[in-house]
Write a protein that binds this ligand. Structure first.
Ligand code: SF4
Length: 685
């Protein structure tokens, strides 16, 4: 029913457009990025690289995408130009584009090959065309969307596109849609650029039908009542966008100050420089993905700089990285990276790293085209963003990611390059629960590193509740107690252990790791369920938004999907598909070159950290990380030493072919250097 029923396949080399039924994938791969994942893992040779024409990029809508519960979310999936061995990634994107694609009649868009010049794909229900985009090449993401809508004479057409960064194949370029919907982080923009594909424009008028509308509506009413028991507060924007998180102080400050992880403590923020004050001044309204009741984008218009929206990591990343509290600079950076089509987290990580290298004397202004990379310098930040996106001057050194850049710079630059599997880390990976949780999640398990997918239970709930006590007049202690019970309830719901989220044992000193791998696995599985079903991962129990929602996401999804599709689904059926997808992806990544040694955190995570609450201490050791990784591998169905999916697990899931291929690998644990990878990116300059 709420499947559109067709997969659109486009081969840009041969200019071939085909449609095939979704049904052949449904039994084993269910939908959404289960299908995208299957197509890439079976059709892209592991020896291929991200920018090879035979890399496939997929846009994946799930069965609930376009319905009231699903809203408008999809995932974008391909081999990543940024990450080691160009492993597979998945990146969530919202806006209106995903629902519109379903309305046009497609569950997945699969693109391979390379056009012989700039093109864009135009989808208008059944009419699909590859159109010339020579006149659009070089335009920024805002202008591109406007021009295509005008050209197609339809303001309701939804456009996902790349900016100059994607055209220039910057490894952390993103796909941009609307005012704030992106497939960011792992390099989707560069992959489209390597195919000469400037944009995908889609218009759909077919609509969707739900198999059992009465039941669906009943479930929706229950979901809504559980998720939004009270009307959203007037400052709803701050709760949902994480804008406030850039301003707050917690046990360990969420955001490190500058590039040095040994000091996680931010100096006090002058009130007039807080994000809250800035956003209050320039706020124009909330918006978000189609049909979503949360509407978590914060729309901001700063005269002279521009209008756009902020959410998620963006405010905190820009606000704190350059050792200056300057909201105006933050907004300029946000607007510039959005327009040029760069991932904001990677870009500001790399620029703050340059500032650290400059401070330490590893680089000088003579290296960086005469620009002194001084902490807080507006000129340095804004100029370097342009240079990276356009691959001009020193931008060429930086455009392939932090690891290739460190190797080009030499000296001790690599020592300060903080990344996981080649991808620059996010500031808020330094959360207290996160440091340990992510040692498994991001460092260990995640091939598609989406931070919301791997945050442990020590997550944003804490920050949000501190800022917004749910009952007026609550003291900080009251909020602390409530927070603890909420985290315990969530932890129990997801892992069966109410204490799995805790950072320390009862003595307050010994790091607690028991069931941490189990909790991270539960988070990872929930996020993948959301991606398969076509709902926002923020609306799963793993998401920090929809924060009042303590519910069984597996049962909820099974009920919604049954009402939606008219076929009985159970939590166990869905769990089996999630497991199949994840084991297939892990196996495929190993065929591409991934090894246990790659799955680790930056060196600084194992050094003493200075914190407000616990003083200076080591939080994470390599031994603890390896212990949790081993536990994770076992729980995931992988060999506890190598991390390779076990044959018997693969065979149970119908993946014998993959097991046979993995058997041929010669895997020696401890043999691969941790920073091996991105060879293609390193070679280019
Ligand atoms: S909560 Fe999710 S679906 Fe809703 S507006 Fe935000 S990103 Fe979009």
């Amino acid at each position: 029913m709420s499947r559109a029923g067709r997969i659109l396949r486009v081969d840009l080399t041969g200019r071939k457009i085909e449609k095939e039924p979704t049904s052949s994938y449904v039994k084993d791969w269910f939908g959404g990025d289960g299908i995208g994942s299957r197509i890439i893992c079976t059709e892209v040779p592991p020896k291929s690289k991200a920018y090879d024409p035979d890399n496939i990029i997929t846009f994946n809508m799930g069965p609930l995408t376009g319905t009231l519960r699903g809203g408008s979310k999809c995932t974008v999936m391909a081999r990543s130009p940024l990450m080691f061995h160009h492993v597979l990634y998945t990146s969530g994107m919202g806006g209106q584009f995903p629902a519109e694609t379903k309305f046009a009649g497609y569950d997945n868009i699969i693109i391979k090959g390379k056009a012989d010049g700039p093109v864009y794909l135009s989808i208008n229900d059944d009419k699909v065309e590859i159109r010339d985009a020579t006149h659009l090449w070089g335009l920024d993401t805002y202008e591109t969307q406007t021009r295509i809508k005008k050209e197609l004479n339809d303001p309701d057409t939804q456009v996902a596109c790349i900016g100059p960064a994607g055209e220039n194949q910057v490894a952390y370029a993103l796909v941009y849609h609307d005012i704030n919907a992106t497939a960011g982080r792992q390099g989707s923009g560069g992959v489209l650029g390597s195919k000469n594909l400037k944009a995908i424009a889609v218009r759909g008028t077919k609509g969707l039908k739900v198999a059992n509308p009465e039941k669906f509506l009943e479930l929706w009413n229950q979901f809504f009542a559980a998720t939004f028991p009270e009307p959203l507060p007037p400052d709803h924007w701050s709760r949902t966008s994480m804008v406030d998180c850039a301003d707050i102080e917690t046990e360990i400050d969420i955001f490190m100050w500058g590039g040095d992880l040994s000091n996680l403590i931010c100096p006090p923020i002058p009130k007039e420089k807080t994000m809250r004050e800035f956003v209050k001044e320039y706020f124009v309204g909330n918006s978000g993905c189609a049909f979503c009741p949360e509407q978590c984008y914060v729309r901001i218009n700063v005269p002279g700089v521009g209008a756009g929206a902020a959410m998620c990591a963006m405010p905190g990343e820009w606000q704190t990285r350059f050792r200056t509290y300057d909201p105006d600079l933050w907004w300029q950076c946000a607007m510039l990276t959005n327009r040029l089509g760069l991932d904001c987290s990677s870009t500001c990580n790399i620029i703050s790293w340059l500032m650290e290298l400059y401070e330490k004397g590893i680089i000088t202004a003579a290296d960086t085209d005469g620009i002194p990379m001084e902490w807080g310098s507006r000129e340095a930040v804004l100029t370097m963003i342009e240079k990276i996106a356009r691959k001009e001057g020193y931008g060429k050194v930086l455009a392939d990611g932090i690891v290739p850049a460190a190797r080009r710079i030499g000296k001790s630059a690599e020592r300060y390059a903080r990344h996981v599997k080649g991808m620059e880390y996010l500031n808020y990976w330094m959360w207290p629960g996160g440091a340990l949780g992510m040692a498994v999640g991001i460092g260990g398990s995640g091939t598609g590193i989406d931070p919301s997918g791997v945050e442990s239970a020590g997550n944003i709930i804490q920050s949000i509740l501190e800022q917004h006590p749910p009952v007026p007049g609550m003291t900080k202690e009251d909020v602390g107690q409530m927070m603890t019970s909420l985290r315990s309830a969530k932890s129990e719901l997801m892992s069966g252990d109410p204490d799995a989220w805790k950072l320390f044992e009862d003595d307050g000193k010994t790091m607690r790791t028991k069931n941490r791998a189990l909790l991270d696995l539960a988070y990872e599985n929930q996020i993948r369920l959301a991606d398969l079903a076509g709902v926002c991962d923020q609306s799963s129990s793993a998401g920090p938004r929809f924060l009042t929602a303590l519910r069984n996401f597996w049962e909820e999804m099974a009920a919604f999907l049954t009402a939606d599709l008219g076929v009985e689904y159970t939590p166990d059926m869905l769990k089996e598909v999630v497991n199949r997808v994840r084991l297939q992806e892990r196996g495929y990544d190993y065929l591409c070159g991934l090894r246990r040694e790659d799955e680790t955190m930056p060196e600084d995570y194992f050094r003493p950290m200075q914190t407000r609450q616990w003083g200076t201490r080591v939080f994470l050791t390599r031994e603890l990380q390896e212990k949790m990784k081993t536990e994770y591998y076992e729980l995931r169905g992988c060999d506890s030493v190598t991390g390779v999916p076990r044959r018997e697990e693969l065979e149970k899931l119908g993946l014998k072919d993959l097991a046979d291929k993995l058997d041929k690998l010669d895997i020696k644990v401890g043999a691969a250097p941790a920073t091996e990878g991105a060879p293609e990116a390193s070679a280019k300059l």
